[in-house]
Design a protein around this ligand. Structure first.
Ligand code: AMP
Length: 300
């Protein structure tokens, strides 16, 4: 099973389709719903007293291990974002750390045997605390966001040097590496000593750089995007979930994991927040995977 740390949150999201106030979100929440289509992910995070018990119970029903989620006095992390009408840009309006402010993650002993670890988007200092408790002998994959590149580049780079793989969006990859051409950015990421870099390019699909090879795959075509929030986290969840299910890591498996990430995140963006993921089933994923493969199947 994979082990993951990240945020559980309330999000207020505004875009061309309207505004949703204080809906359940967070990098770990999206990750967990997506990964649970493939395995039983183990979560480490923190919630306040206001986080809905119904969501925690629903997670348990899906086989998600929530024993590493601490409930603290006070309010859950809150984030507010606003999208441009074409969804190409997103502005953070508010970030309230709340219970995250003094969060000191403790990995339960019964989680420590897991090999695959995902450091979802969260402060690099917290990602580092997890690695310190788990040691070097793990398969670490991480995500991050522009905020940390801006306010804690040194801390973030320290984490990147210790992981096996990184999943970023194209804007973050360009910012971090200061390379404008995306292929140069992917190569530059490898200079941190990681074995793979996966760059998500939104409506342009995603790209992997592994073993000196590039793999570029298109998105599943979604005609009406309702809310792209969490697309990256749910891509990460499906990617890691599939790697866990597959049990080995090579180019072929990484490619399949990319395809599952693509398909699951295509569902995420069909509704606000985690709504679409909450009732998503593996059969739905497999059916869409079939349509995706058919779209790509051509002879010349
Ligand atoms: P994504 O759209 O994949 O970048 O992920 C969006 C999720 O990231 C939202 O549900 C937010 O709650 C969460 N998020 C936003 N800012 C932060 C932050 N500074 N630390 C942790 N999680 C965050």
């Amino acid at each position: 099973m994979s082990l993951s740390i990240g945020s559980l949150a309330f999000d207020t999201i505004e875009n061309v389709h309207g505004k949703r106030e204080r809906i359940v979100g967070g990098s770990l929440t999206y990750y967990a719903y997506a990964a649970s289509l493939f395995e039983k992910p183990k979560l480490v995070g923190v919630i306040g007293e206001d986080f809905p018990e119904a969501i925690i119970n629903e997670m348990k029903k899906r086989g998600i291990d929530v024993r590493g989620i601490e409930k603290e006095e006070g309010k859950t992390f809150f984030w507010e974002g606003k999208y441009s009408d074409d969804f190409l840009e997103r502005e953070t309006i508010t970030t309230e750390l709340n219970v995250f402010e003094h969060f000191d993650p403790k990995i339960p002993d019964f989680y420590k045997g897991e090999r695959n670890v995902f450091l979802a988007n969260i402060a690099p200092s917290l990602q580092k605390k997890v690695m310190e408790q788990l040691g070097e002998d793990k398969f670490y994959v991480m995500d991050t966001m522009n905020l940390w590149i801006n306010i804690d580049r040194a801390g973030l780079e320290d984490v990147i040097r210790k992981v096996d793989g990184i999943i970023l969006n194209d804007e973050e990859a360009r910012m971090l590496t200061e390379k404008s051409y995306i292929y140069d950015a992917a190569k530059a990421l490898k200079n941190y000593g990681i074995s793979f870099a996966l760059i998500k390019k939104g409506e342009n699909g995603s790209m992997l750089y592994y073993d000196n090879k590039f793999v570029v795959i298109p998105p599943y075509p979604i005609e009406t995007v309702i809310d792209p929030t969490g697309a990256g986290d749910s891509y990460g969840g499906a990617f890691m979930g599939f790697l866990e299910e597959a049990g080995n890591i090579d180019l072929k498996t990484l490619k399949k994991a990319m395809v599952y990430g693509t398909i699951v995140s295509s569902f995420t963006i069909e509704d606000f927040g985690v709504e679409r993921l909450r009732n998503l089933k593996r059969e739905d994923v497999e059916q869409r995977l079939g349509e995706y493969m058919e779209m790509l199947n051509f002879s010349v």
